[in-house]
Design a protein around this ligand. Structure first.
Ligand SMILES: CC(C)(COP(=O)(O)OP(=O)(O)OC[C@H]1O[C@@H](n2cnc3c(N)ncnc32)[C@H](O)[C@@H]1OP(=O)(O)O)[C@@H](O)C(=O)NCCC(=O)NCCS
Length: 148
């Protein structure tokens, strides 16, 4: 597996993957409805508001993670169905977290499903993120991670 920084030219594939995850899949129209489009994200990557990493095998991207350099939020993490359970999500999250810590954030946060049967629920706890028992407007739980 090759890991590298994401560029705006990865976005088409990232959006495709977001629609093909085992849980929590969002297709392009659902993302567009909340203002997330290739165009809007492209601008935010170009001006370095967003930073991210992709994982690829045989030149095909199978997972990605993006964070917000201004707020310290992990915005999205997704691994293509069929590639889960291989450490890709953990590596992408660690790399993107390291990028955000390296620019001065001491505490990162994200919103994730509060439903224990969803894989992400156990995943974030297993890789050292702390539930806060606070929730966003969608009912997702806020989890945090401090710089070590
Ligand atoms: C959640 C997700 C990113 C996890 O990615 P992944 O590549 O399958 O996870 P990894 O293989 O890196 O797992 C890392 C560790 O977490 C553990 N883990 C994963 N899911 C777990 C669960 N539900 N309960 C307990 N441990 C879990 C793994 O066993 C592994 O442990 P190890 O390091 O001791 O081997 C992936 O399932 C996904 O893309 N889901 C759909 C999209 C999504 O929900 N994204 C997050 C919310 S935006």
């Amino acid at each position: 597996m090759i890991y590298r920084n994401a560029t705006s030219s990865d976005l088409k594939r990232c959006f495709e993957i977001r629609g093909k995850t085992q849980d929590n899949a969002f297709n392009e129209s659902e993302l567009a409805a909340i203002g997330v489009t290739e165009e809007s994200w492209s601008r935010l990557i170009e001006d370095r508001t967003f930073t991210g990493n992709v994982a690829s095998t045989n030149d095909i991207v199978v997972g990605f993670c993006f964070g917000d350099t201004k707020t310290g939020e992990i915005l999205v993490l997704a691994v293509l169905k069929g590639h889960e359970g291989m450490g890709i999500g953990k590596s992408l999250l660690e790399k993107t977290s390291a990028d955000l810590f390296s620019i001065g954030h001491n505490k990162l946060w994200l919103a994730a499903s509060a439903t224990p049967i969803v894989r992400a629920y156990g995943f974030y706890r297993s890789v050292g993120w702390h539930p806060t028992n606070t929730f966003d407007g969608n009912g997702d739980e806020i989890l945090t991670k401090r710089k070590i």
